[in-house]
Design a protein around this ligand. Structure first.
Ligand code: HCA
Ligand code: CU
Length: 382
């Protein structure tokens, strides 16, 4: 099932930085912020952007109108309850599509909206039919899908498909899904509906990227992502990490996106949130292409793909060979000397390498220490 012959559908990213991301701790996007983020994501090539419901506040509605009016290639969505008034306001704001949701888990049915399955289906069919009659691309999602009864959700999806919905949504609202369950649920659903399938996965147990990838392998057509994965609690599938996952599977899958923009988009969003891009973020994090161990650096200097699945140049970011530590090897010291324009014979390089290791055993050293030792080394004649 995980073999490379599994074809991935032509897939679409639904960026939810301005909806799910607004639910992240401390997020406060002004309309200008929203426009700036949307402009960058449009240039990157995301196919859809989802904004918070216009019912949330006047600014939320104004932001939808502002983005509806801007020049853009992405389709503009908003996320609404299965409610006619919410749907009417969404249409008035100029969206291309509506992401309708209603909970189907026993928790939601008991503690949230209190509706039976039959009522959920009736409400869903009615809202789908109304939105479609307004010419709106419509998605229907069963919130908390993985804690819902399997037969129930399949019944709901089938009913929505028959009602003419464009897309049904599978939501791992509390982040309990794993790749195998995701794959199984989506492939079963693929047999039940003809419409497109969207996956929305939270990262509470660290599986959001893997789940999104397996959803695509199983036949999902749309995946929800946010910049840096921001969202409710610890968020959802991060766009950059999913790009990395798809790239490592098959480079051509992400050719449609402007990859060198990724780092800038993440910096801009992080700046607005008052956070740093986390150091271990795939591709763009500070240590994403940091090589340290002597054995690794030797090989990387000869051919980077030995220890890299992703070429940093494709993303306009740089590789770093760390030489200031006790694990350093001669090849890395030679490479550092070359980049400083210091020409040393092999024996001198060997001596400096030993000196670096010995000093690094005594204390934490810096690149300046290494450079000083290289500068002071006597060019030994071979
Ligand atoms: C929410 C919940 C949601 C909805 C996802 C969807 C979730 O914040 O309203 O509509 O597909 O995780 O279930 O984000
Ligand atoms: Cu969510």
């Amino acid at each position: 099932m995980f073999n490379r012959s599994v074809p991935l559908q032509a897939f679409n990213f639904i960026d939810s930085t301005l909806r799910e991301g607004e639910q992240f701790r401390g997020t406060h996007f002004s309309i200008d912020d929203k426009r700036e983020i949307a402009t960058l994501l449009d240039a990157f090539g995301v196919e859809y952007m989802e904004l918070s419901t216009p019912v949330a506040s006047p600014q939320s509605a104004d932001a939808i109108r502002a983005l509806a009016d801007m020049p853009r290639k992405f389709k503009l969505l908003t996320h609404i309850r299965a409610d006619r008034d919410d749907a009417r306001l969404a249409v008035d704001c100029g969206v291309d599509g509506a992401d309708v949701y209603i909970g189907t888990s026993t928790y939601m049915r008991e503690y949230s909206h209190g509706k039976s399955l039959e009522q959920v289906i009736d409400i869903g069919q009615e809202i789908v039919a109304w939105l479609k009659a307004q010419g709106i691309e419509t998605r229907f999602s069963t919130e908390d899908t993985f804690r819902s009864n399997f037969a129930d959700v399949m019944t709901v999806y089938r009913a929505m498909d028959l009602a003419g919905v464009d897309r049904v949504g599978v939501a791992d609202t509390v982040g309990i899904a794993d790749p195998l369950r995701t794959y199984n649920l989506i492939s079963n659903l693929r047999e039940v509906v003809d419409c497109d399938i969207e996956f929305h996965g939270h990262n509470d147990s660290g599986c959001a990227v893997a789940n999104a990838f397996c959803a695509l392998q199983a036949g999902a057509t749309h995946v929800d992502t946010t910049v840096l994965g921001i969202g409710e609690r610890n968020g959802i599938t991060p766009m950059g990490a999913l790009i990395g996952r798809l790239y490592s599977y098959e480079r051509a899958l992400v050719d449609k996106y402007d990859l060198p923009l990724l780092a800038q988009i993440e910096r801009v969003v992080a700046g607005k949130l008052g956070i740093e891009v986390p150091f271990n973020t795939p591709i763009t994090g500070a240590v994403a292409f940091h090589h340290k161990a002597g054995v690794h650096t030797k090989a990387v200097l000869r051919n980077p793909t030995t220890y890299e699945a992703i070429n940093p140049e494709d993303f306009g970011v740089t590789r770093y060979i760390d030489v200031a530590h006790r694990l350093v090897g001669r090849n890395a010291i030679r490479d550092r000397a070359d980049s400083l324009g210091i020409d040393l014979a092999d024996e001198a390089i060997r001596q400096v390498t030993l000196q670096v290791k010995s000093l690094a055993d005594e204390r934490q050293i810096s690149l300046d220490d290494v450079d000083r030792m290289l500068g002071e080394a006597l060019p030994v004649v071979d």
